[in-house]
Design a protein around this ligand. Sequence first.
Ligand code: PLP
Length: 438
Amino acid sequence: MKTAPFIKTALPGPLATEVLARDEAVTSPSLPRAYPLVPQRGRGASVEDVDGNVFLDFNAGIAVSSTGHAHPTVVEAIRRQAGEILHYSASDFYLPIYSEMCAALRDVAPISGPTRVYLSNSGAEAVEAALKLARYATKRAYVVSFYGAFHGRTMGALSLTDSKAKYHKGFGPLLPGVLHAPYADPRRRASGDRDTATVDFLRDVLFRYEVDPTEVAAIFVEPIQGEGGIIVPADGWMEDLRELCDEFGILLVADEVQSGIGRTGKMWAIEHTSVEPDIVTSAKGLASGLPLGAVIARDEIMTAWSAGAHGSTYGGSPVPCAAGLATLEVIRSQNLLENSTELGTYLLEGLRKLQADQPEVMRDVRGVGLFIGVEFPDGQVANAIQNRCFQKGLLVLEAGENVVRMTPPLVLSAEEAQSGLRLFSEAVCEISEGEFSR
Ligand SMILES: *Cc1c(COP(=O)(O)O)cnc(C)c1O
């Protein structure tokens, strides 16, 4: 594969255009396609499309390809496992690799006491399981999540999701008993809105007028909001949330589906705070692209439910487990947490320099490790930047209303980081000349 970026056709190219036409005719129009990328193969942080154009991938398939595309250790583990056994339902029988995967997650859990693990096929399924578990274990009906949150699209997870009204439109009534509160977005406070960057709303409004806190099973929180626009909460907020939960016996559920597995330079984003959650959900980067999700919970919480309360035919299937074990091993052996911190710092510094030159266009640069968001004046500009990056051979993705997100594979090299930063600066300069000189 050529070194990215290598763009040899107009985009989309001729073969990509054929795929787009077929796709248009047969696929569900609900899919929120971003731009006409038609990937054929990938290696590390590079993706080649069907026409032989090679892109530098700062999406990693939406924070999924944590070890990069086709990492040899992961591919080898998948091949080996596929030759042994493809499937046997772990809900009904005892796959050795299932408990091996659970033990590996327990070893890296951001919870100090003993934990247990349930494996699913996706992020939404992990959130569903956590939701059921929280209600079951506490015998309480209500749950709280935050404005801007994304927790998935199945009915329970969708009810917790609150990042865009269109995600809810047409699907109501949603799950009863789900309440929402403002996320601690430090930029809102700075902009002079009501002070929402504290837990006061929960204490003084929600728990006073809407629900008694002793009826709340759990608070679901992304330690850094992903789809909502890479929002890093105000310092101390997670600690205040923990305190509030402890006061009323509420479980704190950290949804680390996007922010976990080394994305922020620590295994879990919540490890940047002093808080331990009661339940963690994981997926996306967990198995480098194979469908695997997980719920990690304190032992006393997960042992509250008994046989038959929850399960899944495919959840924790052997091939995804092999990919998951290999992913955790590669993160360890290749020091990918350090790499995420180092290159994340490099990218954030570079982007902040660029922002200093382009304050009109780049409203904010934020993130931790390789979990980065750049805020633009509006969605149109963010969209234009995203599309210009694509034309230049850099894959980035919109998030929130006006943010461009970067979540490159954790195996990114310094040269690739440099090259991505250069392409992004070019895109910003070109769009800002077009947009702001009129
Ligand atoms: C993507 C995401 C989900 C849903 O995961 P799926 O695998 O798409 O179901 C849940 N929570 C968070 C924080 C996510 O980013």
